[in-house]
Design a protein around this ligand. Structure first.
Ligand SMILES: *Cc1c(COP(=O)(O)O)cnc(C)c1O
Length: 342
């Protein structure tokens, strides 16, 4: 029977709802700061160096959000009217207010998932990239990859698959930007380093404010020339901050928490297994995202909300994301709160 809501809601809407804990707030309070627009902030510099090291890039730049990190990369890589390719339903295509076109001037081309959920193959790239052509042909400049692929349900691309794609893109004359909002999750799920998953990408964006739990912040990384240009574009977009060390300090604590993402992945599998036991048809989540196909997503989301379990409707199902602020008990409560299927 319907369990009555007890305690605060179980919030599975996103891993962005995580709140900074006492240790993170303390690090923020104690952060050494400068003026990062004027002549630099030591804590931001430390964070940027640490992330560049983790990703194996020459440099990195703190940015207020993942969307701004992606936009900065596109602004640097694209000239107005250039085309960029991305797997269908990529965040950069569907969830960033169209800034790729609006501000970076990019003409998008979505590539269908021919190699599994969220996944494209090297042939998909070579097939659509124009080689010369008449004067009115589009100029293909960039491939945008996403690992994990959010809308596909947190699916992962392995290092060899990633390398085949970046090699094909480079052979076709494209640059590669990797939207690695949840690259940390992919690395933990695969048991590889983030650098192995970034290899071959010209630029990478990673979020600190999702599963790692920082209140704000992403980092966009690439070679020295890119970072220099990215700093200019960040300023243009209003993303230059002064005593940003207060925010970067949270990011440094967040980076200590990469390994614990494994627990979120366990919880996502526990959720899927519990729902399967209750008769729902569901696959096994690869990371921390489960998209459960349901007939009436909006209705199911409402029923769950009445029972104190917060989720997000998609076109075809209910999306749930596990994170550090949901416990095993919360997951079991979410499972019990589901209405029977059908
Ligand atoms: C969340 C997310 C972003 C954007 O991050 P914000 O900080 O919310 O702007 C970009 N790409 C993917 C795949 C994401 O999940």
């Amino acid at each position: 029977m319907t369990p009555p809501p007890t305690g605060p809601p179980v919030d599975l809407r996103s891993d962005t709802v995580t709140r900074p804990d006492a240790r993170m707030r303390e690090a923020m309070a104690r952060a050494e700061v400068g003026d990062d627009v004027l002549d630099g902030d030591p804590t931001m510099r430390a964070l940027e160096e640490e992330v560049a090291g983790l990703l194996g890039t020459e440099g990195a730049l703190w940015v207020p959000s993942g969307s701004m990190g992606n936009l900065i990369a596109l602004c640097v890589h694209l000239d107005r009217g250039d085309r960029f390719l991305a797997p269908d339903r990529a965040h950069i295509l569907d969830h960033e207010v169209g800034t790729a076109a609006w501000l970076a001037g990019g003409m998008p081309r979505a590539l269908p998932w021919t190699a599994g959920p969220g996944a494209i193959s090297p042939a998909d790239i070579t097939r659509v990239v124009g080689r010369g052509g008449p004067y009115f042909a589009l100029r293909d400049r960039l491939l945008c990859l996403e690992n994990t692929h959010n809308a596909a349900g947190g699916t992962v691309t392995t290092p060899p698959e990633h390398r085949r794609l970046t090699d094909a893109a480079h052979a076709a004359g494209l640059l590669v930007h990797l939207d690695g909002a949840r690259l940390w999750n992919a690395a933990v799920a695969l048991g590889v380093t983030p650098a192995e998953l970034a290899e071959g990408a010209d630029t990478v964006q990673v979020c600190l404010s999702k599963g790692l739990g920082a209140p704000v912040g992403s980092v966009v990384a690439g070679d020295r020339a890119f970072v220099e240009e990215a700093r200019r574009v960040r300023k243009m977009l209003g993303g230059g901050v002064r005593q940003g060390g207060v925010l970067a300090a949270a990011g440094l604590v967040a980076l200590e928490r990469v390994d614990r993402l494994a627990e979120d992945h366990d919880h996502a599998r526990l959720l899927a297994a519990g729902l399967a036991d209750r008769g729902w048809r569901t696959g096994v989540p690869r990371t921390n995202i489960l998209v459960l196909p349901v007939d009436d997503p909006q209705r199911t989301v409402s029923v769950l909300a009445e029972r104190g379990v917060l989720t997000v409707p998609t076109d075809t199902g209910v999306r749930m994301i596990t994170h550090c602020d949901v416990s095993r008990a919360d997951i079991l409560r979410a499972v019990e709160s589901f209405p029977p299927p059908g």
